[in-house]
Design a protein around this ligand. Sequence first.
Ligand SMILES: [Zn+2]
Length: 262
Amino acid sequence: MTFLFRRIENWRRNRILKRETISDAIWLKILKQLKSLQGLTKEETTRLRQFVILFLHDKTIFGAHDLEITEEMSVTIAVQACILILELDVAHYDGWEEIIVYPGKFILDYDYADEFGVVHHAHKIASGEAWLAGPVILSWQDAAGVDAKYGDNVVIHEFAHKLDMRHQGANGFPILHANMSTQVWHDIFSKAYAGFCARVNRGQKTTIDPYASKSPAEFFAVFSEVFFEAPLVVKHDFPKIYEQLVLFYRQNPAERLGRVSA
Ligand SMILES: [Zn+2]
């Protein structure tokens, strides 16, 4: 980003932050409720709130099937999207605008071409979906965390796909920072993915949702969910992946948990 562009962008953001706000009651309620937000410092919480305001300014959230989107719903979705980029920037979600929210799980019915150009038909029940340069689709029931299994978070999952997609589509290989090594990332993730798939194929139990074995993209998205929701599981069972995710997200959620229990 050039110096001039950054100045204009900062000016734009300050103007939005002066005009737009989130009601205190809703903010505090959500902050208390969501597991992935526990242990944030005051400074982090302030920045998160600013990111949520900017995010909600830039994105449009639609309710499908006559679902009415309240402020509480918008903020619940936005805050979970923004926890991923708390140490990155809201600009990581540039290039697309819409979030579509269904009351519950929804049916996806579409044709798509695979890497060999072969067209397939998909028909599945989903709780979330992220389209390349297109919308994020969510089930409100799942986004609100109702009945979520330990470590699951559909909003974090879909927005991790969005971060991944910034680099050659969804392939589990997002744009890494200058202090990271693409070779190290590739080696650690490929090895862990192969080991994980082997376990799933043998029918062995896994501490992380076996859905992660579906593809490297799903592996990254599912591990991102657990990294924020149940960080000790990743840290304990996949320490090298944990290290890479700490470098990528520039956050250490396991350390934050320590702050909560201290
Ligand atoms: Zn996914």
